[in-house]
Structure formats: C-alpha cells, structure tokens
Design a protein around this ligand. Sequence first.
Ligand code: MN
Length: 211
Amino acid sequence: MAKYTLPELPYDYAALEPSISGKIMELHHSKHHQAYVTGANTALEQLAEARESGNLANVNKLEKDLAFNLGGHVNHSIFWTNLAPAGNGGGGEPEGELRAAIDEFFGGFDKFQAHFTAAATGIQGSGWAVLSWDPIGAQLIIQQLFDQQSNTAQGTVPIFQLDMWEHAFYLDYLNVKADYVKAAWNIANWANVAQRFETAREKTSGLLVLS
Ligand code: MN
C-alpha cells in the first residue's frame, strides 16, 4: 500500500517573511501538514483492515477521514510550491499563457485578484481559496474549498491555492484576513502556477466525458 510522506519545503521556514513568519511555517509544515499525512495513512490502513475482517461498520467515518486527511496532504503540498520568497521567485504578476487566460476568464489580473481575495476572506469556517482549471468548460475558475475537501467539483485541477485556515495566518495577522491575502501576493510563485496550468490543460483534455 502506498504510504504518504511529508514533502520537504523548497525553501527555509523563514524564507517567506515578512508575509508569513518562520514560526507559522514551521508549525504549519512540521505539525499540521504532518498530521494530515499521518491521518491519511491511518485511514487507508483502517480501511484495509476493515476489508480484511469484513467489519465495514465504520466505513462512513473512515471515508470521511480519508477525504479530510488526504485533502489536507494534497492542499498543503500544492500550497508550498505555489509560494516563493518575495523577489526570489515570489511576487509580481503572471505572464505568458497563464496571464492571457487570467485576462480572458476574469477580465484582467486586478479583477482576478479582487475575486480571489473576496472568495478567500469570505469563506465561512475553515477552508481555502483555489484557482482551478475546469476541464469540462476548458476555463479557469475560482472555488471556495471548505475544510480540506468540500464544495469543489470533481475533476477540477487546483493550480493556485491559499490556505485560509486560522492556523495559516492567525499568529501573524490575528483576525485581519485581508492583510494576509494582500501579503500573500508578494510570495505567489507564478512560475509554479504557470507550470501547473500548462500540465492541467494538457493532461486533462478528454479526461472527463459527460455523455
Ligand atoms: Mn493549513
């Protein structure tokens, strides 16, 4: 059975300061993300045990555990690579085909940022703001991801996502979510997003057949 593992960060914990403090990054990566990895492995192990024993009474709980924890692992793994130190891969504006797509589907980078920011700061409870490739509509969309696994459509591919759980910003920004989102633009790694965009478009063409 596959074992999920905690990925190394591509930069030091303090590298995203002042947008995100080293203390948050260390806790977020070594404690929170690690807990999702452990939880996903545990859920898979318990599902295997349930199949083996034939006692599937806990299947609802275990499937929910799997979705939540594997969701957390995927979300954070993408999130870390979506970021880079300001001025050293982070910040600025998207270029090339990604920029053209953002302009096409959102009416410009400013309008995209305003929409994404509103989605991020407006999340009710814990969740993420996500820029996704929708292979059905062949378009970019913004989604609000609740918790680690809810309120997004199957098959959409996340290319840029911002953690809006309080553990992601509260030590630095208290309740002022808008300042956290504003600071996040300074560390957005648009080259990584562009790479994910290109891969998503290429690999998902024809993947979802609805009729
Ligand atoms: Mn998180």
